[in-house]
Design a protein around this ligand. Structure first.
Ligand code: HSE
Length: 350
C-alpha cells in the first residue's frame, strides 16, 4: 500500500483539521482511498518547526493549541527556516495553508516554489499563490514532474474547479457569476436579521470563516482573488489582479438592507467574469441587490454558489460550502486524492 509523506506548512485551523482527520480516520482513509498519509514535518509561525522522517505523533502536535508551549522540547524540533525545512524534508507532498496575502502572495508563493523546485508536489488552500502566480507555479510543477493542486482556493472543499474543468469538456463557457465569500454572505444574512456589521463579523470569525484580516472578506479582496483564479483557470482569461474591479460590502447599510427587503430584493456580494465578443474578459466583484427570484438570492450563510453560463446547457450552478475548517481541510485531501489518481490511474472506490 502506498503511503504519502506530507509536510504541513502552517498549523492553523485548516492543516490542524487535516491532521485531526489523519489521526482519527487514517485507517478508513487507507481502506477507502488505497493510500496512507504520514506527517513528517510541521512548520508554524508560533509553534516553530518539527521534522520527524519516521512520522510525527499527531496526538502530541494537536495538543499544542493556543498555549505558550511550542515544538521546542520535542525531538525533531528545529530552528532552521521554512526554506530549509521545505527543501530538505522527506515529504512527497507539501500542504500549504498559511494566511493569504492578497498583495504579493508571500510567504506562500516562496513556500510553493521551494517545494516544487525540490521535487515535491504541493496542495494549497491559499489564494495568494494561485491567483497571483498560478501560471508560473503550474509551469514549475510541470518542469519538475510534480503536481500543483489548489481546489480549496475557491469554495473550500466544494470541488468547483475540478468539476468545472471536467464538466466543460465539449461546452463553451461564456462567463460566470457567483457568491464566493462565505464571511460576507454570512454577515449580510445576519445584518438582514438585525445584527450590526461588527457583531456579525465577530460571529463569522468564531465560526472559522473569516480571513486573518476580515477586511479581506468585507472589502471584496477575497472574492477578487477567487474571480481571478476562476477566470484564468476556466476562461483562460490571462488577466491580472488589477483587471478585476473590486467593491466590498462595507458601504451596505442596515437601511439599504431594509429598503431592498421592502422591494423584494436581497444584497449579495457577487463576483463575476464574462467573455466579450472580442475575446477579452471583463471581471469584477461588487454588492448587488438581487431580486428574490434570482438563483443566487437564496444562497445563505457560508454557502457559496457559482452559476456558469455555457453555450449548450445554459446556466449550470454549483453550490456548496465556501468556508470552514473541516470543509477546507477536505479540499487538501481531495487534492491528494487527485494526485494519487493521476499517478496511479486509480480512482478511489472505482
Ligand atoms: N474567508 C473566506 C470566506 C474563506 O469567508 O469565504 C474561504 O476562502
Amino acid at each position: 500500500m502506498t503511503t504519502y509523506d506530507i509536510a504541513l506548512i502552517g498549523f492553523g485551523g485548516v492543516n490542524r483539521t487535516l491532521a485531526e482527520l489523519i489521526a482519527t480516520r487514517g485507517e478508513t482513509l487507507h481502506t477507502d482511498l488505497g493510500f496512507g498519509l504520514r506527517v513528517v514535518a510541521i512548520t508554524d509561525l508560533r509553534l516553530g518547526s518539527l521534522v520527524q522522517p519516521e512520522g510525527i505523533d499527531l496526538s502530541i502536535a494537536l495538543k499544542l493549541d493556543g498555549g505558550s508551549e511550542t515544538f521546542a522540547k520535542y525531538g525533531g524540533s528545529t530552528d532552521t527556516n521554512n526554506e530549509s525545512v521545505i527543501r530538505s524534508c522527506t515529504a512527497d507532498i507539501i500542504c500549504e495553508a498559511t494566511f493569504t496575502n492578497p498583495d504579493d502572495g508571500e510567504p506562500a508563493v516562496s513556500h510553493v516554489r521551494w517545494a516544487l523546485e525540490s521535487g515535491k508536489s504541493v496542495c494549497t488552500t491559499n489564494k495568494g499563490p494561485v491567483a497571483l502566480r498560478g501560471a508560473e507555479l503550474t509551469a514549475l510543477a510541470e518542469q519538475n514532474g510534480v503536481h500543483f493542486e489548489f481546489e480549496g482556493a475557491v469554495m473550500s472543499g466544494t470541488p468547483v474547479i475540478r468539476l468545472a474543468k471536467k464538466m466543460f469538456e465539449g461546452l463553451k463557457l461564456n462567463g460566470f457569476e457567483g457568491i464566493l465569500n462565505g464571511t460576507s454572505n454570512y454577515v449580510l444574512g445576519r445584518m438582514e436579521a438585525g445584527l450590526g456589521l461588527d457583531a456579525a463579523i465577530g460571529e463569522a470569525q468564531d465560526l472559522g470563516y473569516a480571513e486573518a484580516n476580515p477586511a479581506a472578506d468585507i472589502e471584496g479582496y477575497d472574492v477578487q482573488l477567487k474571480v481571478l483564479i476562476l477566470a484564468n483557470e476556466l476562461l483562460d482569461a490571462g488577466i491580472e489582479l488589477k483587471d478585476v474591479q473590486r467593491q466590498g460590502i462595507s458601504a451596505v447599510t442596515p437601511e439599504n438592507i431594509r429598503k431592498a427587503a421592502s422591494e423584494g430584493r436581497r444584497w449579495k456580494l457577487v463576483g463575476a467574469a464574462r467573455r466579450n465578443p472580442d475575446g477579452s474578459v471583463t471581471a469584477g466583484v461588487s454588492p448587488v441587490a438581487l431580486p428574490l427570484d434570482h438563483g443566487l438570492a437564496g444562497v445563505s450563510g457560508a454557502t457559496n454558489a457559482v452559476s456558469f453560463d455555457t453555450d449548450l446547457l445554459g446556466a449550470v450552478t454549483v453550490s456548496g460550502p465556501g468556508a470552514g475548517r473541516v470543509e477546507t481541510a477536505y479540499a487538501l485531501l481531495s487534492d491528494i486524492i487527485a494526485m494519487h489518481a493521476a499517478r496511479t490511474g486509480v480512482v478511489a472506490n472505482a
